[in-house]
Ligand binder design. Structure first.
Ligand SMILES: Cc1ncc(COP(=O)(O)O)c(C=O)c1O
Length: 381
């Protein structure tokens, strides 16, 4: 098999021989799976045993992801947030310390503060670009990374974090939703558990909730066991959509990247903008690290406006024709949403409001014209 993600995304996880030549594995809806006799039931060696433990549709998706991630084990979930919880619970238990990046996706912070805490997992935070050595504790079991960070897009030095964490006996977990395994392969950089909200680019069409955790050999058995014990899975329909999305992931990402950079560059030159948060821009503080470790950028980036009133922001955003107002991202459509940045140990100060833009697959010229008219409304209001 080629090592190119484009080829892998198209070729892996096919089971055409078992499905009358159909290129994609069809949707299997199953709870009960029959055994031919009692001996087979006792031996429990069938590839499929019970719906929750997977069907050919699930397996096709897992196999394709395992190839792309270079993983020993992939566990699918019904959302990205569920995958984050699964990854943490696979390695941490009562009395353990979890070192969490301060630029994490906000629901990850809430999960740690409100739920994991009740089970004796203690979380503290580190600034995304800090050397983690000074934040480690004797009971640090895992270091959680998200690079670039949610809303603020700081790039982390993953190989350095891995080196320090492993030397201290801690595992490294990474939310890699922004880059996907097409633009960054966490396990190849030493990360132990790679997490993906497949709801975003893998699904790619804003119509499925899906997540997964991909593990290297050292933690594969723990992931498998925790996933099974918690009863986690994803439906045949959703795995089918994930696999279908995966087939075009690389070409979609190439276009998201191109349009995202075009919008970011255009916005950067506008007088209404204070700063663009996009590691693909040469001016970004994370650009050198991004260039060293990543092979591309997706279509998601941040915009810090110069100070303006809420009414001016609303005049800009509400009148946009091609940018929907909504959470999530990674679908074919452009989106814009205000970003509320919250931090525990590393304040991220801005004078003006912050917006998060997702560059979709529309024509870049149309999107820029839309933004231009929006900024005229902002100025006029
Ligand atoms: C970086 C990141 N990780 C995880 C998630 C959670 O994914 P899901 O919505 O599928 O739970 C999101 C959702 O926005 C996200 O932006």
């Amino acid at each position: 098999m080629s090592d190119k993600p484009e080829t892998k995304a198209v070729s892996l996880g096919r089971m055409s021989d078992s499905h009358f030549g159909a290129v994609n594995t069809p949707v299997y809806r199953a709870s009960t799976i029959l055994y031919p006799d009692l001996a087979a039931l006792k031996a429990n060696k069938q590839p499929y045993t019970y719906g929750r433990r997977g069907t050919p549709t699930t397996r096709s998706f897992e196999e394709a992801i395992a190839g792309l991630e270079g993983a020993a084990k992939v566990a699918v979930c019904t959302s990205g947030l569920q995958a984050i919880g699964l990854a943490i619970l696979s390695v941490c238990g009562a009395g353990d310390h979890l070192l969490m990046v301060d630029s994490c996706y906000e629901p990850t912070r809430i999960l740690c503060e409100r739920t994991l805490k009740r089970f004796g997992i203690e979380t503290s935070y580190y600034p995304p670009t800090d050397d983690i050595a000074k934040h480690l504790r004797p009971n640090t079991r895992a270091v959680f990374c998200e690079s670039p960070g949610s809303l603020t897009f700081e790039v982390q030095d993953i190989p350095a974090i891995v080196k320090t964490a492993h030397a201290a006996g801690a595992m490294v977990l990474m939310d890699n939703t922004w880059a996907t395994p097409v633009f960054f392969r966490p396990l190849a950089h030493g990360v132990d558990l790679s997490i993906q909200a497949a709801t975003k680019y893998v699904g790619g069409h804003a119509d499925v909730m899906l997540g997964y955790v991909a593990a290297n050999e050292s933690v594969a058995a723990r992931l498998h066991e925790t996933h099974g014990n918690l009863g986690l899975f994803a439906s045949g329909d959703d795995c089918y959509l994930g696999l279908r999305g995966l087939r075009t992931l690389a070409v979609r990402l190439a276009r998201h990247q191109e349009t995202g950079l075009a919008l970011a560059r255009w916005l950067q030159a506008r007088p209404e903008i204070a700063r663009i948060l996009h590691p693909g821009l040469e001016s970004d503080p994370g650009h050198a690290l991004w260039k060293r470790d990543f092979s591309g950028a997706c279509g998601l980036f941040g915009v810090i406006l110069k100070p303006v009133s809420d009414a001016a922001v609303a005049a800009f955003v509400d009148g946009l024709q091609h940018f929907g107002i909504g959470y999530s991202w990674g679908g074919f459509e452009s989106l814009i949403v205000p970003a509320h940045i919250s931090r525990t140990v590393s304040a991220f100060h801005t004078d003006g409001p912050v917006l998060r833009i997702h560059a979709g697959l529309e024509d870049a010229g149309d999107l820029i014209a839309d933004l231009e008219q929006g900024l005229e409304r902002l100025k006029a209001s």
